[in-house]
Ligand binder design. Structure first.
Ligand code: TTP
Ligand code: MG
Length: 389
């Protein structure tokens, strides 16, 4: 089963601002840390905007030419991540294995579950309804025995579609579809095949294998996919991995001591989660939200991947200084880390870093054993009874 959220960023923006519902909405592109990308292309748009021919990746000026009444919004990356996490935890209520392959899509593996779930369409509808009710956005789902086919099927009846492809009929399902419906085939590849007289997936599937072989490995992979066979050519977009934590204050605050203590408290949580999962991240990002809900983020790449609370916090402080004028009251602060890389073996660490990391790991163990308040950094005392890490 493959689940893909509908007009994802746009749907979250509409959820945050319901007055946008029913309107053509364009989402300006942002990088994974919430910063606007200066080149003005749109990340996605609502289905109302798609009626005018607007597509993701289109320059904003072109999209606005097609649809001048469209509203341009965007930038709430943390909210996208939050919604994405919520959706996939709903999926995990049902699917024994959830393989998230992008911020808004995942494969749900229901292999060998026939005895618990005789009717997967029913489960797909239930998941879709729970996502709508609990997260406030919509999803489309494709059910098929192969990954490629399930992915194509989830796109087949968007938005809010559930498409079931019977096992054994994969090839038949794919046959009438244009080549670009297969993930990974872009316009260039399509042109190449068109020149060879191949326009649909069915035509591709029926090209004799001998001929396909002459076109090279990539063609073989596509040919197998068109024939309904799963193969490794299907490399999904990289998993969006990050660990982050944010907190809305009980009262808006411009008190630097309080805000730094809160930042440290949140970083403790982020660091502990990174260490418990064995992750190391390279890119630290901080977010602040003003009382008028204006939210800004900033990121910096570290020299090497880390899971150390202290190192993440030091960078967080720098980012906070760059983001905030230290005067305007804030209602939220958040910190996160992404760009997970290879775990660097302690032998590659310099001594100080290694010692610090070991100390933090020991503190994690103490907290596990004796409770979360067992070790509290001095700065966090000022948070009083505010949740400790
Ligand atoms: P998609 O699932 O490709 O698109 P979508 O969810 O907006 O629309 P659909 O209903 O067709 O699934 O991508 C998911 C999100 O990823 C999308 O909402 C915004 C982001 N994205 C970009 O930032 N840049 C891009 O070029 C694309 C394709 C997506
Ligand atoms: Mg989507």
């Amino acid at each position: 089963m493959h689940l893909d959220l509908d007009a994802f960023f746009a749907s979250v923006e509409i959820k945050l601002n319901p007055s946008l519902r029913g309107k053509p909405v364009l989402v300006g592109r942002v990088d994974p840390h919430g910063r606007s990308v200066p080149r003005g292309v749109i990340a996605t748009c609502s289905y109302e905007a798609r009626k005018f021919g607007v597509k993701s990746g289109m320059p904003a000026f072109q999209a606005l030419k097609l649809c001048p009444q469209a509203v341009v919004v965007g930038g709430h990356y943390e909210e996208y991540i939050k919604a994405s996490d919520q959706v996939f935890s709903i999926a995990a209520r049902y699917a024994p294995k959830v393989e998230q392959i992008g911020i808004d899509e995942a494969f749900l593996d229901f292999s060998r579950t026939e005895w618990i779930y005789p009717d997967l369409t029913k489960i797909a509808r239930r998941i879709k309804e729970e996502v709508k009710r609990e997260v406030g956005i919509t999803a489309s789902i494709g059910i098929a025995a192969t990954k490629v086919c399930a992915k194509v099927a989830s796109d087949y009846q968007k938005p809010e579609g559930v498409t079931y492809v019977e096992s054994g009929r994969e090839k038949e399902f794919l046959a009438p579809l244009p080549l670009t419906d297969l993930p990974g085939i872009g316009r260039k590849m399509e042109e190449y095949f068109h020149r060879l007289g191949v326009k649909t997936l069915g035509e591709l599937a029926n090209v004799p294998f001998e001929k396909i072989k002459a076109w090279g490995k990539f063609a073989i992979n596509l040919w197998e996919a068109a024939n309904g066979v799963d193969n490794i050519w299907f490399v999904p977009r990289g998993e969006v991995k990050s660990v982050s934590c944010s907190e809305t204050f009980a009262r808006n605050s411009a008190d630097i001591k309080f805000i730094l203590a809160m930042l440290q408290h949140l970083t403790e949580k982020v660091g502990a989660e990174m260490r418990s999962k064995g992750y190391q991240g390279k890119c630290v990002y901080a977010t602040i939200r003003y009382r008028d809900f204006r939210t800004v983020s900033r990121q910096r790449v570290l020299a090497y991947p880390t899971s150390s609370t202290k190192e993440i916090y030091e960078m967080g402080k720098i980012l906070l200084r760059e983001l905030w004028d230290s005067r305007t009251p804030l209602r939220l602060v958040g910190i996160g880390i992404s760009q997970f890389g290879e775990t660097i073996q302690p032998s590659l660490f310099d001594n100080v870093r290694e010692k610090r990391l070991n100390l933090e790991k020991r503190i994690d163990t103490l907290r596990e054993k004796f409770g979360k308040d067992a070790v509290v950094p001095a700065a966090l005392m000022s948070l009083g009874k505010v949740k400790s890490p």
